[in-house]
Design a protein around this ligand. Structure first.
Ligand SMILES: [Ca+2]
Length: 504
């Protein structure tokens, strides 16, 4: 049973009072002032704390929380995530939240800068294909570097007075988190750094929690607001899941293979670690004063997914992700259907911090804080649509671009030249292409997509002069990242490869 929001409010208010009294007692002793006269706001920053929790490769329907309460397929039947159920009861879930990219690093670079991966020219996580590998199109250059002149969200919060930390997977090269505004961090880590962490600390979930708690303690001691980004390695390396959790899922599922059981178990281990951190925040009385946001870096997908496609494609399964937040003024047990995207986080956090600093030029996102607190029904961005650009071969669909405006989504498959149109409000699994029935709308959205991508100067895939349609493309360039032509990842949605499940 989910806790009633009112009960939680009472509990955290009590915790907050106790904590404030503790801090005030210390301060009061120093100032020789009765505790009752101490002003709590003088002891705890008036700026709220922000904790961003990012899971890795977790599907929109990969939690036991329904991301869309009206859609029973929007939650996993197998995985149990009781702490995220609690977070959803305490806060607002966003049913239509998108990762900026269908793969890891581009999403992370986008969150950091507020700009889309297409604009950053960082659109692929793993190695790019080359002309010699025989694909029809050559992908554009993939930068894989954050320019030092980019103003990151951590730098902006830092300048607004925050202590900032990054724990877990960085995966962005560029001299590590310390070079981009994070005061405390784990270094220039990647997926491989999770491998040594096994039961009882699978993929460092609980180690990350401990370091975050220590960072919170230090921030409280320094009387500074904090921003923590928890970039979990989970669900990578499911073989590292705690043995007891795997046993539980072996009992729950008779048909799952070891990898599937490991992933389900690791999702629950992650939920446990997330729950411990949130509980700590509440126990020390910062619950009312801290925004907590949970999302995934890209979709997962799979044969039983409610959405079409998966990681490495711009179908909903690749980019639509779980997204839950709670915090001061955020409605409890609420659902928000307005579309948001990962590059909205920078302007959102800057607004949360009350920063006066101007949003950097080129930022494509807007703050969704007014949406979460019910003071507006839309996100104020430079444009009233979102674009996605993945000009690479990773799944059977090949290079794609997409645009979402309102309920409508347009997908362009560059290899085949197909243009597809979907109404996501009635067809979230993208099973019904409306482009033939609504050619004018498809043409108009396609023009909008192309014009915007040209405006932000994305790299386009180009014709491969060495392409021979009678010779199959080589798939040996990366065993973890090759297209999987055999997959039908879309469930009801039909075609849509699932994409590489390896290191990216
Ligand atoms: Ca990922």
């Amino acid at each position: 049973m989910r806790p009633h929001p009112a009960i939680w409010m009472t509990a955290t208010s009590l915790g907050a009072t106790i904590c404030i009294l503790c801090i005030a007692a210390l301060a009061g002793a120093a100032q020789d002032k009765p505790v009752s006269e101490a002003n709590p706001t003088a002891e705890i920053s008036t700026q709220p704390n922000i904790i961003l929790l990012i899971s890795d490769d977790q599907s929109w329907d990969g939690l036991s929380v329904r991301m869309d309460p009206q859609n029973p397929r929007s939650a996993s039947q197998l995985v149990q995530t009781p702490n995220l159920e609690k977070l959803a009861a305490q806060g607002t879930r966003f049913s239509n939240a998108y990762a900026p990219a269908p793969v890891c690093s581009p999403t992370r670079a986008s969150i950091l800068t507020g700009k889309s991966p297409g604009q950053l020219h960082w659109t692929k996580a793993g190695p790019n294909v080359r002309a010699a590998q025989g694909y029809k199109l050559n992908p554009p250059t993939n930068k894989q570097r954050i320019d030092s002149q980019e103003s990151t969200v951590a730098e902006m919060l830092n300048r607004a007075g925050y202590r900032t930390a990054h724990f877990g997977k960085w995966h962005l090269n560029s001299n590590g988190p310390g070079a981009h505004g994070y005061d405390v961090h784990d270094g220039m880590t990647g997926n491989e750094d999770a491998i040594p962490h096994k039961d009882p600390n699978p993929v460092d979930i609980f180690g990350m929690t401990e370091r975050a708690e220590a960072f919170i303690d230090q921030s409280v001691a320094e009387k500074k607001p904090f921003f923590i980004q928890m970039s979990y390695y989970a669900l990578h390396h499911p073989e590292n899941a705690n043995a007891a959790t795997v046993d539980k899922y072996r009992q729950r599922s008779r048909r799952g293979n070891e990898r599937a059981l490991g992933m389900a178990a690791l999702a629950e281990d992650l939920d446990t670690g997330v729950g411990q951190l949130i509980d700590y925040v509440d126990q020390i009385g910062l619950g009312d004063h801290t925004y907590i946001i949970y999302m995934s870096d890209n979709g997962g997908g799979g044969r039983r997914s409610a959405l079409r496609g998966g990681k490495g494609s711009l179908w909903e399964g690749g980019i639509r992700v779980p997204f839950i937040m709670r915090g001061p003024g955020v409605a409890a047990n609420a659902t928000q259907g307005t579309t948001i995207v990962g590059f909205d986080l920078l302007p959102t956090f800057v607004e949360m911090a009350g920063s006066e600093e101007a949003i950097p030029q080129g930022v494509e996102g807007g703050s969704f804080l007014p949406l979460a607190t019910g003071t507006s029904d839309h996100v104020k961005r430079p444009h009233d649509f979102l674009t996605f650009h993945f000009p690479h071969y990773q799944t059977a669909d090949g290079p794609q671009s997409a645009l979402i405006q309102g309920d409508m989504k347009l997908v362009e498959n560059h290899d085949s030249g197909e243009i597809l149109l979907f109404d996501l409000s009635s067809d979230p699994s993208e099973s019904q292409d409306l482009s033939a029935a609504r050619p004018e709308q498809a043409a108009q959205l396609h023009r909008l997509l192309r014009a915007h991508l040209n405006q932000i100067k994305v790299g386009w895939p180009t014709e491969n002069p060495a392409y021979d349609p009678n010779r199959p493309a080589s798939e040996g360039w990366n065993p973890n990242d090759r297209p999987r032509r055999e997959n039908q990842g879309g469930g009801r949605g039909g075609r849509g490869g699932r994409g590489g499940r390896g290191g990216f």
